[in-house]
Write a protein that binds this ligand. Sequence first.
Ligand SMILES: [Zn+2]
Ligand SMILES: [Zn+2]
Length: 114
Amino acid sequence: MTAPLWLRPRGPLQPSCPRCHVKIGHVHHEWCSVARCLATGGQRTGHDEACPCTEDIWSGRWPGAAECFEFGWTYGDDGLPDLNRLMATATWDPVAHRWIQPLHQNTTVEEESR
Ligand SMILES: [Zn+2]
Ligand SMILES: [Zn+2]
């Protein structure tokens, strides 16, 4: 399986959203599963109706991919962004609209608390 160009660290930008096809700089359609809730970083389609977040725009890259490359969280020969790790361990900054790296990456901490 070949990774889409917009998942690569230095590939060209994807001119339109792969799901709802809006152009770069435009707001995703309401049903688009690529759009992020800018209050939580989760999928916009799953956020509460009363959520006060502003609308998400398509940037030309998959949401969170840039942070994965910045943190060095990639997998496979292609160096694809490890978005699952990002969702699981990074913290969403609702002001900066980006993921921030956890202060300590000791993954054994959670197991010790059991
Ligand atoms: Zn979209
Ligand atoms: Zn929201």
